[in-house]
Design a protein around this ligand. Sequence first.
Ligand code: HEM
Ligand SMILES: *[C@@H]1O[C@H](CO)[C@@H](O)[C@H](O)[C@H]1NC(C)=O
Ligand SMILES: *[C@@H]1O[C@H](CO)[C@@H](O)[C@H](O)[C@H]1NC(C)=O
Ligand SMILES: *[C@@H]1O[C@H](CO)[C@@H](O)[C@H](O)[C@H]1NC(C)=O
Ligand SMILES: *[C@@H]1O[C@H](CO)[C@@H](O)[C@H](O)[C@H]1NC(C)=O
Length: 349
Amino acid sequence: MNTRVFVVACLAVFCILEVCQGGDLRKKFYRKSCPDAEEIVRTKIQTHVSARPDLPAKLIRMHFHDCFVRLFMINIYTLCLSFPCNVFWSYVHKSGCDGSVLLDSTATNTAEKDAIPNLSLSGFDVIDDIKDALETKCPGIVSCADTLALAARDAVSVKFNQPTWEVLTGRRDGTVSLSSEALANLPAPFFNFTQLKQSFANKKLTVHDLVVLSGAHTIGIGHCNLFSNRLFNFTGKGDQDPSLDPTYANFLKTKCQGLSDTTTTVEMDPNSSNTFDSDYYSILLQNKGLFQSDAALLTTKISRNIVNELVKQNKFFTEFGQSMKRMGAIEVLTGSAGEIRKKCSVVNS
Ligand code: HEM
Ligand SMILES: *[C@@H]1O[C@H](CO)[C@@H](O)[C@H](O)[C@H]1NC(C)=O
Ligand SMILES: *[C@@H]1O[C@H](CO)[C@@H](O)[C@H](O)[C@H]1NC(C)=O
Ligand SMILES: *[C@@H]1O[C@H](CO)[C@@H](O)[C@H](O)[C@H]1NC(C)=O
Ligand SMILES: *[C@@H]1O[C@H](CO)[C@@H](O)[C@H](O)[C@H]1NC(C)=O
């Protein structure tokens, strides 16, 4: 078979398996098929957030992880072992916001949520609860990926009494969840600027998106072991990270027991960790970013300039909404690709 025929054959397989894009995300995708969908998510979230003020952080981070983890479609890989398909395979095995982060492990498959070592995702029960309500009202219509995207937005929005950014809908759910991929794709808190930039570029996100989306660290907590090298042994000489404010480092040392303290958590934005605002950037500029990946945003002129811009709250909100829209569209499944899961924790049988 010559190369061109092979490529065409592969494209056909690609589309038959319906991994190819069948359409775009749009505003109010469920307006006709399930008119109450967005309202159901909103009211459910309101109840949950009033009982759990840390929920916005959990859900927005879960959505981020969902979008950044790519999936590995083995059936395609085994169908296309020679050169043109390799190219194509590398395309196929990237899949983004498809609800796969919500899947439970099965006997043969370790799911993302069990693989990510103690990255402490939580809030799965809340998504399951919302999904149950959606299934009762409109069975088989609203995807888990959309449910998560809407829930994350609505959780952050509760305090503002209005949606803080627009969420386009029409995502469909993936059917495979593999662990090794999860680890390979998430940026680590130890990443330097170059690595962060690359990690975002892999998802077609820019340095601007990187700086803007890092602002989500205005809410939530971090575990000591993910930054305590900065406090106790930065270069292997029992030293501190010189780019971390020494007073803040001392404060953190009063909280964290040592390098291997995996249980203590601290607020990322001290005293304001449930308030979604532009504080992250003012704190960062005082050299009080918690992770090396936060501090890294000050290490290039271009990213530092963006940080300086985003200190302005209005600017941050506007930009955050736009970057979330781009993040929420990473490699989505649309049209007739994937499925609409009945339960977010298991693929349909
Ligand atoms: C730029 C690369 C990023 C890195 C390296 C990173 C890393 C981390 C780490 C290590 C934690 C602490 C987890 C724990 O100790 O339990 C964390 C928490 C968090 N991240 Fe990120 N993150 C990044 C980007 C993002 C983005 C894009 C978002 C959302 C748009 C986000 C939202 C959050 C939130 C809300 C929390 C707090 C979670 C909680 O309170 O449980 N992060 N991140
Ligand atoms: C992860 O957390 C579990 C308990 O939640 C703990 O037993 C385990 O030691 C932790 N592992 C690491 C690598 O921190
Ligand atoms: C960032 O980290 C990578 C991997 O450790 C390293 O190769 C690179 O030199 C680092 N870049 C900078 C600018 O420090
Ligand atoms: C600090 O790092 C060095 C080099 O990696 C290591 O030999 C030393 O044991 C570490 N110190 C502690 C307290 O873990
Ligand atoms: C947080 O609030 C406590 C009590 O009001 C105060 O002692 C502490 O200095 C504050 N921390 C920061 C980092 O602002």
